[in-house]
Design a protein around this ligand. Structure first.
Ligand SMILES: N[C@@H](CCC(=O)N[C@@H](CSS)C(=O)NCC(=O)O)C(=O)O
Ligand SMILES: [Fe+2]
Length: 238
């Protein structure tokens, strides 16, 4: 296991049209890098940063099949030949590597452990950085800062999401830093302890949570009809 304090490269990047966070993680010593949840519109920016930092992009990883934007995965595979696409098996999407519970994605001395966290979609996963000095998890749309992913499409299910968060994310130590796939209010990150105390949805009983989620009344994402089919194929439609 590595010690992030000395050799983890970490960047949180933002795509403003979909309010998506993309994360770059790398091992400073071996230069191996991963990108989590890139967006097609900012794929060139991300590839340039990888190059400028002298990193070798090995994996382009998604937390789930996104409904609101087209993933940058396919474009990054053409911009950075050799990197591999990664998503959960349960997403049913096409990728080079299909992950299941407990599997690891390794870059240099670091690994991301897969925790299946269905509920927003049935293929959602959370990636937990295994490290001695810093605890970090990438929650996708399962858990947002003081919120959570909606459950009204893509086989979403509020009771399942509630169990995923309490069983797979809130069981991490309270000081675990949590990084979501989106934020719509300018917030960047949170912690397990903070969300267990202050998340307005997840601090409710499961029954109340289900009621809240079934009455959000959100408009569908503007790009859903083109994004979902494209993202089933790494963001590239044949
Ligand atoms: N207005 C946006 C879509 C916003 C949205 O639905 N966000 C999703 C995550 S992307 S699948 C969500 O789960 N939101 C939860 C919430 O409480 O806001 C667009 O048109 O793209
Ligand atoms: Fe989503």
């Amino acid at each position: 296991m590595a010690t992030a304090g000395t050799s983890l490269v970490f960047r949180q990047l933002f795509e403003k049209e979909s309010s998506t966070y993309t994360y770059l993680l790398a091992d400073k010593d071996t230069k191996e890098a991963v990108l989590i949840d890139p967006v097609v519109d900012t794929a060139e920016r991300d590839a340039k940063l990888v190059s400028e930092l002298g990193l070798k992009l090995v994996y382009v990883i998604n937390t789930h099949c996104h409904a609101d934007h087209i993933t940058g995965t396919g474009k990054l595979k053409t911009l950075v030949p050799g990197c591999k696409s990664v998503i959960s098996k349960a997403s049913s999407a096409k990728a080079d590597i299909l992950l299941e519970e407990g599997q690891k994605v390794t870059f240099g001395k670091f690994s991301l452990e897969v925790r299946t966290t269905p509920g927003h979609t049935n293929g959602c996963v959370t990636y937990v950085l295994l490290d001695e000095s810093i605890r970090m998890a990438f929650t996708g749309d399962t858990l947002l800062v003081r919120g959570c992913g909606r459950t009204d499409f893509q086989e979403g299910n509020p009771a399942t999401l509630y169990d995923s968060v309490w069983g797979k994310i809130f069981t991490l130590p309270d000081d675990t830093l949590l990084f979501p796939a989106h934020d719509y209010k300018g917030q960047t990150m949170t912690t397990v302890g903070e969300e267990k105390r202050h998340n307005p949805r997840l601090t409710q009983t499961k029954e109340k949570f289900v009621e809240i989620m079934n009455n959000l009344g959100l408009a569908y994402p503007k790009q859903i009809d083109r994004a979902v089919p494209a993202n089933m194929m790494c963001g590239l439609q044949d």
